[in-house]
Design a protein. Sequence first.
Length: 226
Amino acid sequence: MIERLLPAYVACADTYETDAPAGSLYPEEARLVAASVDRRRHEFAAVRACARRAMAVLGLPPAPVMTGHRGMPLWPEGTVGSMTHCEGYRAAALARASDVRAVGIDAEPNEPLPPGVWEAISVPAERDRLPLGADGSATPAIHWDRLLFSAKESVFKTWFPLTRIELDFDEAEIQFRTSPGGATEGTFVASLALTAPGMPRWYEGRWLIDDGFAVTAIVLPEASSA
């Protein structure tokens, strides 16, 4: 599913299988989740299995994916990528750093956010554009509150590895567009309130509702590849 949102030069892999043997982890990866519950270890392993499939697509040997500050994945030298996992879905995306500056992907269940979260993650302009019913949906089949949350997660995953600067939900404003003839997919633009050297203020992404999931992705290309 995630491949529908990404250009061909970004390798990706996903799975609807929620478990992967913890034994499939490299020893150094396994140490990161040694004290975690089984569910966390399995999802950790499953998304890294996706990452290694993406490495293979790029012709790279399998390698561990460790974690840095704020849980940021540490990718093999010369690559950039992103991972996501939610109940029932795992995905990873990877590209060569010569083609892409950053990638951000996120998947969420296409369900309403818990009470009070919509107000916490949105800015007034977004609330004006996306009037939601009690179930978080103003359009059949799309829970816009959850899609907004996913889009802002993809923005953060694109922004943070390059800047190491925190980005709050109210510091990114999202505008969604629906694709012609496709009510459950489209594009979005994120406008940031923060600036950082060499970083754009606007980010373009794509979104999709399918199989019960809200999925978003942003690819920030290198200037020579744009």
